[in-house]
Design a protein around this ligand. Structure first.
Ligand code: 5GP
Length: 191
């Protein structure tokens, strides 16, 4: 996806060799035209998988997840990050997740109301680093009895081991931009 790579090159800000800031078009301000392209690209890749719902993690996954769900003509569900567990196992499913950017743990929370055994879910997130967020979403979906059709990632940092972990679960991961290196000299892509 050349448009996305160009945007990352021109507007991405290198924080350090592990973290890239993309606040101007994805994480704070959102480039709606780019989201439209991203949504269509994910929808096209997963079009034959009979997706019933898209799932994302608040807040940075919401824009690409909305665009993808809209293109697939299905609803999308936002998994919430909470600071502590709520003891309502009747209506919610929760799992602890380590945040890569904040270096703290949060409790990923979903309402059972919006997940069923008949669901075939596409997980969408903005970044893939060590795979903790996506693995947390996967655990919740498995507990709900839903199927996971695949994972769509806007920016994968291929020098971290998230992909390896998710592939070991047999998941189909489609990343629109794969970064092989972040340094003060710039950003390098895998292909
Ligand atoms: P993981 O759970 O795969 O280790 O990290 C992915 C999550 O951390 C994403 O949901 C994203 O919000 C955040 N994240 C990881 N790496 C980066 C990064 O380089 N830049 C930004 N802006 N967010 C990141």
């Amino acid at each position: 996806m050349n448009l996305l790579k160009e945007k990352i090159k021109s507007d991405g800000i290198v924080i350090n060799e592990h973290v890239l800031k993309v606040d101007s078009f994805l994480n704070h301000q959102v480039d709606t035209k780019l989201m439209d392209f991203i949504g269509k690209e994910f929808a096209n890749y997963f079009k034959d998988k009979q997706i019933t719902k898209v799932v994302t993690i608040e807040s940075s996954g919401i824009a690409p997840a909305y665009a993808t769900a809209f293109a697939l003509n299905v609803p999308f569900v936002i998994f919430k990050k909470q600071s502590s567990a709520i003891l309502d196992t009747e209506t919610t499913i929760q799992t602890p997740v380590h945040s890569f950017t904040k270096n703290t743990d949060y409790i990923l929370t979903a309402s059972k109301k919006y997940l069923t055994e008949a669901d075939n879910i596409l997980i969408i997130d903005d970044f893939l680093a060590n795979g903790q967020a996506a693995m947390g979403a996967y655990r919740i979906l498995k507990e709900a009895g839903a199927s996971v059709a695949g994972i769509g990632i806007v920016i994968e940092k291929s020098f971290q081991d998230g992909r390896k972990k998710l592939e070991s679960l047999g998941l189909d991961i489609y990343s629109l931009a794969k970064i092989s290196k972040i340094s003060s000299e710039g950003i390098e892509f895998l292909d």
